[in-house]
Design a protein around this ligand. Structure first.
Ligand code: 3SL
Length: 245
């Protein structure tokens, strides 16, 4: 297995073969929300980069089993049912429903890898399930793609990529120099090791973490920092639609 880490969707190489397994990461907060919604019994999560396309596609869905999540700049988009807080995705709210979601960066990251053979999403809260999948299935090539923020690097996504690589390393079969497909993967592990005992502090150093604190979403940060707390693996079953593995 070789793991390549890309900090943003823009950094993903074009015109090359897609990996056996591609993993989108948007710790704050799209992939934390997706994991939470599926863990709470959502039927599936359908991701869109474009808000109007989301509205058009979701229109044909039974309105009693449809939840539209729209976020731009950390705030709920007018007319949508929910913003992008994982804390809103309780079983009472989402069980049995299809979630239609569009966020500033996370859903774009998903879109850029959606043609890969296997597509997963990772956050700190479901990191262990991603590691378990990689160890069990041993894909030859893996891309972990951070969402970043509007094209620039996000500390928290690279930290989570490092947490996944570290989890595979801990299984003890492959040393880092063999496992890492690029320098970014090595840097991601170093970043994770530096903050592993205080992920809230990692978030507070991150510009998007600071943006969410500014919006008084501190509880979201604490929730998203609970590493390995959910036993749920989101996997793409058809283009753009994630279900519980
Ligand atoms: O950028 C994204 O896709 C979002 O997850 C951002 S936010 O955390 O909802 O503000």
């Amino acid at each position: 297995m070789k793991i390549f880490v890309y900090h943003t969707p823009e950094a993903v190489p074009k015109n090359v073969a897609l990996p056996d397994c591609a993993i989108a990461v948007d710790v704050l907060r799209a992939t934390s929300t997706i994991a939470t919604a599926l863990n709470s019994g959502a039927e599936g999560v359908q991701a869109f980069s474009d808000l109007q396309t989301l509205i058009d596609v979701s229109e044909s869905w039974d309105s009693t089993h449809r939840i539209r999540i729209g976020e731009r700049g950390g705030k709920t988009v007018e007319g949508f049912d929910l913003g992008n807080s994982p804390l809103d995705c309780t079983p009472e709210r989402v069980k049995g429903s299809r979630i239609f979601i569009s966020t500033t960066n996370g859903t774009r990251a998903l879109e850029c890898i959606q043609a890969a053979k296997t597509v997963l999403t990772a956050a700190f809260i479901n990191r262990a399930t991603v590691v378990e999948y990689l160890l069990q299935h041993q894909p030859e090539t893996v891309w972990i793609v951070g969402s970043g923020w509007e094209g620039s690097y996000s500390l928290e996504d690279t930290g989570c990529a490092g947490a996944v690589v570290e989890g595979v390393l801990k299984a003890g079969k492959i040393p880092l120099e063999e496992l890492a497909g690029n320098d970014e993967a090595v840097a991601a592990v170093a970043l994770y090791r530096n903050f592993q005992h205080d992920l809230v502090s990692l978030f507070k150093h991150a510009s998007h973490g600071q943006r969410l604190v500014g919006l008084k979403l501190y509880e979201d940060l604490e929730y998203c920092a609970q590493i390995d707390s959910l036993n749920v693996l989101p996997i793409q079953k058809e283009i753009g639609v994630l279900v519980k593995h």
